[in-house]
Structure formats: C-alpha cells, structure tokens
Design a protein around this ligand. Structure first.
Ligand SMILES: [Zn+2]
Length: 132
C-alpha cells in the first residue's frame, strides 16, 4: 500500500487553545463522533490552524460525522475539518476521504489527548502535525 512519491514537506500547526477547544468538544460528544471546521491560513506548505467553526446541519453518530458542504459560505479561511474517532483509530476511513474538505483532515482518536491528533491529506497520506 506504500508508493514511492516525491516528498513534499508539509506541516500542520495547531494553536494550543484550538487543541483545547477540540478536545473538550470531542469529550462532550463522546461516544458519538464530532466534527468541526478548521479556520486558518496556508503559507509555503504550512497550514496554521487558528480557529474553529461549528458546521451548519452537521449529523453525527458513533461511526460517522458529516455536514452538507453546499451549506457552507465560500470562505478562504476554511482550511479543512477535524473530526473525532471514538473507536480509537487514527486512520481516515474511505468515507472520510470521500468527504474530504479543504487542505487537511485532522482526526482525533479517543481519549482525545494531545498525542491523539493526526493530520491527513485528501489521499490519506499523513501530514506532520505540531502544537504551537
Ligand atoms: Zn472518520
């Protein structure tokens, strides 16, 4: 399942207060999945996440979390989504990749601590993640 590919140095930077907001939101929603829109900016390969937006009309359950993208206003600061995996898996599901939005998909696995944050691109490749 691993292909040789050109290495693109990419990174996701998450602000600590954003991480704290995500972990508390995930804990409130547990055992259901939670989903939030990531607000930030992308500059020379680094995606800086500075804020969160609760998506309109989101629907979540123990194994899914989604929202109709058509309801979103066009906003260049929406750089991706974060959602939780109460099952404890950090890997994006096929459905996650189909519903990929923006530049990055962050998955937070149970028990939603700082070490449980993982970033992925639209092809399911892992992106380096740092908390600043
Ligand atoms: Zn998922």
């Amino acid at each position: 399942m691993f292909f040789k590919k050109k290495k693109i140095e990419r990174m996701v930077s998450l602000k600590t207060d954003v991480v704290d907001s995500i972990t508390s939101y995930c804990k409130i929603k547990h055992p259901n999945e939670s989903i939030l829109i990531l607000k930030g900016k992308s500059k020379s390969g680094t995606i800086l996440i500075e804020g969160l937006v609760i998506p309109p009309f989101s629907h979540t359950g123990p194994t899914f979390a989604g929202f109709p993208h058509s309801f979103l206003p066009f906003d260049m600061s929406y750089v991706g989504i974060v959602h939780s995996h109460p099952s404890g898996s950090a890997e994006p599901s096929l459905e996650d990749l189909h519903n990929f939005f923006g530049l990055v998909s962050i998955i937070v696995k149970f028990p939603y601590e700082k070490k449980d944050f993982f970033a992925w691109d639209g092809k399911g490749n892992s992106i380096k993640l740092e908390i600043v």
